[in-house]
Design a protein around this ligand. Sequence first.
Ligand SMILES: Cc1cc2nc3c(=O)[nH]c(=O)nc-3n(C[C@H](O)[C@H](O)[C@H](O)COP(=O)(O)OP(=O)(O)OC[C@H]3O[C@@H](n4cnc5c(N)ncnc54)[C@H](O)[C@@H]3O)c2cc1C
Length: 360
Amino acid sequence: MEIFDVAIVGGGPAGSVCAAFCSRAGLGTLVLEREDFPREKVCGDCLNPSCWPVLERLGLVAPVRDLPHSKLDSVEFIAIGGRNVIVDLPSGDDCELSVKRSLFDALLLKRAQELGAHVREETTVTALSHDGNWKIETASGENFSARILVGADGRNSTVARLCNLLPRPARERVALQAHIPLPRNFGRRVILQFLPEGYSGQAPVNTTELNLCLVGTPPTISRLRRWAEEHFEITADQSWRTITPLTRSSIPCAHENLFFIGDAARVVEPFTGEGIYYAMRSAELAATAISKVIRGGDRQSALHEFTRDCGEMYRGRLSINRLARSAVLWPRVGSLFVRAAQIQPAIIGLLTRKIVSREL
Ligand SMILES: Cc1cc2nc3c(=O)[nH]c(=O)nc-3n(C[C@H](O)[C@H](O)[C@H](O)COP(=O)(O)OP(=O)(O)OC[C@H]3O[C@@H](n4cnc5c(N)ncnc54)[C@H](O)[C@@H]3O)c2cc1C
């Protein structure tokens, strides 16, 4: 059996970007992905401007801009009761845009393949063992072998579960997502709307479709869905994608021969729309560390640097993420914040700029 240098479980933004950088560094790279791409995923579909530098390093800026998308020029916060505050988003090359995950994720996975990664779709990892190398078993009965394993398989990571590292999920909230016809005159704004039962995120993803997300608790989510059906005049047979948990503890990202990246390592509050950036950047950092380990560099210092750089990536941003989490857990508090921002808009402008500023 061929022994790959690195096997990556999950072909979302984290897995594909890690595979692309590992392949470009000359490593024998395998991606095992459960789904058949292109596939949609529960997400607001918004790309934070921090994503651009990573995409640039993969030669993907123009291909992403060539996908059907919407350039977003403002974010509108709406309080319970309807009061609102609008904050401008960066323009030009640093803009935030929205693109359907089916298109974006397929483009990243294709790039990994072009750079030499072996990609197996419709391949679900079901069991793992380690005897110097990793033996990876899949639902189809096919087995694979690799020196290093990467868990890039999202918030309910199978790799973490099989390694007894998955924290107990707090099933406190649930998200629903759908693409619905774009309401007339919606414009190029993202709407973050507090509702008594939770919140809704809305963003156009092209000239005809709106990404609609609803976040609530298990008892309130059906009321939120009814609100959306009425508000957007959508029928009760609209199909929704769903995901939970929205929060869980993080997992240490570096272990002996085992790395976790993206949502598999740390789940962030979706309200601020940064998860794809963290997935891609942690993937790039992991690829650097993996290359060093495979090429015989000092393993401990590679793992240490990766852990440090991941910590650096979140530093200063997690506090805003926690603030956002409090606002959405208690939508009435979030609404008060929006009303305060009507009087003093500088605060919400500052927080928004911090979230949507371009990083390294
Ligand atoms: C409601 C909501 C809205 C959001 N909105 C935004 C937003 O607007 N912008 C933003 O940046 N982020 C947003 N996020 C967060 C974002 O969706 C995630 O952070 C991002 O998808 C993480 O990427 P990933 O590659 O780590 O994981 P994922 O995208 O989850 O990819 C994991 C992949 O692993 C595969 N997989 C899982 N198990 C296995 C297995 N056993 N074997 C093989 N393959 C497997 C899955 O099929 C999947 O393709 C939102 C999240 C939610 C819940």
